[in-house]
Ligand binder design. Structure first.
Ligand code: ADP
Length: 549
């Protein structure tokens, strides 16, 4: 900026110098002075006028008279040339004053025409009167022209002087103004250059300082002592740097504190994470405990339900047992009373009949009590088993001996179908006999025609027994319940057989304890087959030869 202003100042100075010289040259070299113009005009007009005077008035021997218009025209031409110079000078001073030149030209034309008229009249030898009149006119025109030129010169000369002076004044004024402007430009430019140099240096200092501060050097100070804006700015800058230094120290202190807090927080976070993990584990344990609790609750509910069911069953059992016990006891009691009556004492047949009934009811009572005792042992798991190696042929023989007479009595067939090569088995022979006896007894009881066949065979590690009869059969819906206590398909029928509905329940309990299974197949009206298995060896079932209960 400063350089630009300086350059502009120098250019303006050079221009002004050139203009000044141009004006001076133009004034001195181009414009003729007013005095020289007057001299030139007067001289040429005098020559012209004098030549005319000689032509018209002069003696005939003169050179002008002899040669006629040549001299006059020469004089006239000289005047015209001078007049043109004069006219162009006037035009230069007064470019707008054309009327003056036109006026003079007009007068000149009249004068020139009359001069030519006079010349022509002279040359044509016109008479003296016409020549005199023309001369008079010429003189008048000459006077007019002279007067006009004099007036014009007098006026114009003065005006030209004035104008020239005014023009010179104006030129010098303009020149002074231009010079003043140039000087202003130069001074301003210099000041600007100095100021901008100073500003530039200060700004560079500031810039350097800012760069160093930017790189982290907060010890930086700027040495600008001026009272201007830059000085204030430098002071502010130094203040800011000092403040930044303090702030940085504060920040460093705070960063240290933060780092410390961060480490503490991290330690706490680790602690919290450990606590959280421990809590999660505890929660998992608690959930597991809760699940266990729920399972236990469910089990307890089930147990409670079972207990309630058992309680109901117990009540039923007590009720049914009481009833079942009461029946034979009542019969026994009644027949004993009858035996005491006078009617019977002497009647031996009646006494035998009553005693037989008492005996039967006593057996029934005994069987009932025995069954109940067995069930109770099964419930309490106190059944004593006596395992031993048993030959199945012996078992079949003893069962045949026991049930053949009963079958014969009923008029039905009874027999065993047994593989003679069956190995001896390890079992509780008394309980196995009890089970088979109950099933065979039932088969004979509920069969009126046909017979009962017992089949024994080996399948793998098991011995299969099947007791098939051609009796009344059992509807399928009773299959499952048949093994429940006191369950009877038809109580009227059972009453006849003297059963109590406990036999099959005891059978299932014993068979399962011996390590086998019991089930049935039956068709109403065609007969039933009860099937049961027992293991050949008790070792495989984890039951030793001795009583394990
Ligand atoms: P019970 O001592 O009354 O015979 P069980 O438990 O031995 O008791 O038998 C239950 C019931 O099963 C019997 O009352 C009877 O109705 C039915 N039952 C058992 N065996 C047979 C069979 N072979 N044929 C038809 N019904 C049978």
């Amino acid at each position: 900026m400063a350089i630009l202003l300086g350059a502009m100042g120098l250019v303006s100075l050079e221009n002004a110098r050139i203009i000044q010289y141009d004006l001076r040259d133009m004034n001195e070299q181009t414009l003729p002075s007013i005095d020289s113009l007057n001299n030139m005009k007067v001289a040429s007009l005098d020559v012209f006028s004098h030549s005319m005077e000689i032509l018209v008035m002069g003696d005939k021997g003169s050179q002008i008279h002899e040669h006629g218009t040549d001299e006059v025209n020469g004089a006239k031409q000289q005047f015209e040339t001078n007049f043109l110079i004069y006219n162009s000078s006037v035009q230069m001073y007064f470019p707008n004053e054309t009327h003056l030149r036109d006026h003079i030209k007009e007068r000149w034309d009249v004068f020139a025409n009359l001069s030519e008229k006079v010349i022509l009249l002279k040359e044509s030898g016109a008479d003296a009167k016409d020549l005199f009149n023309a001369q008079q006119e010429f003189e008048g025109a000459k006077e007019d022209l002279l007067k006009t030129i004099d007036d014009a010169l007098a006026n114009e000369g003065e005006e030209i002087v004035q104008a020239q002076k005014a023009a010179e004044t104006e030129i010098y004024d303009s020149l002074n103004k231009v010079l003043a402007i140039i000087w202003i430009f130069v001074i301003v430019g210099s000041v600007v250059i100095l100021v901008s140099f100073s500003i530039s240096k200060s700004v560079n200092d500031l810039k350097d300082a800012a760069e160093r501060i930017g790189k982290g050097n907060l010890n930086m100070r700027i040495d600008i002592k001026s009272n201007d804006e830059l000085g204030i700015l430098a002071a502010s800058f130094n203040q800011m740097t000092a403040s930044l230094k303090n702030s940085r120290k504060d920040l460093e202190d705070k960063a240290g504190e933060l780092e410390k807090s961060k480490k503490e927080l991290e330690a706490k976070l680790v602690e919290l994470t450990n606590t959280k993990t421990a809590m999660l584990n505890m929660m998992e344990d608690a959930e597991e405990l809760n699940r266990e609790l729920i399972r236990t609750q469910v089990k307890l509910k089930e147990n409670l339900k079972e207990l309630k069911a058992l309680d109901v069953k117990k009540d039923e059992f007590v009720s049914i047992t009481s009833h079942e016990l009461k029946t034979p006891i009542t019969a026994i009691k009644g027949f004993i009373q009858l035996l005491h009556s006078s009617d019977v004492i002497d009647d031996i047949n009646k006494r035998r009949q009553y005693l037989a009934i008492i005996d039967k009811e006593t057996v029934r009572l005994e069987k009932l009590i025995s069954d109940m005792l067995d069930l109770s042992k099964l419930d309490l798991n106190t059944v004593k088993f006596n395992f031993e190696k048993v030959n199945l042929n012996e078992l079949t023989e003893s069962l045949t001996m026991r049930f053949e007479p009963k079958a014969k009595e009923k008029g039905i067939a009874f027999g065993f179908e047994i593989d003679k090569s069956l190995p001896p088995i390890t079992t509780d022979i008394m309980r196995l006999t009890q089970i088979l006896s109950n099933i065979i007894n039932n088969a004979i009881n509920y069969t009126e025609k046909g017979g009962v066949k017992v089949n024994t065979k080996q399948e793998g590690e098991m011995i299969h027994f099947s007791v098939a009869d051609t009796g009344i059969g059992i509807p399928k819906k009773h299959f499952d319940k048949l093994f429940h206590r006191f369950y009877q398909v038809d109580s009227s029928m059972t009453r006849k057989t003297g059963g109590s509905g406990l036999g099959l329940a005891i059978c299932r309990g014993f068979v399962e304890r011996l390590g086998g299974m019991i089930w049935l197949e039956s068709e109403v009206g065609r007969g039933s087959t009860f099937l049961l298995t027992v293991p050949i060896s008790q070792k495989d079932k984890g039951i030793g030869k001795q009583d394990k209960t």
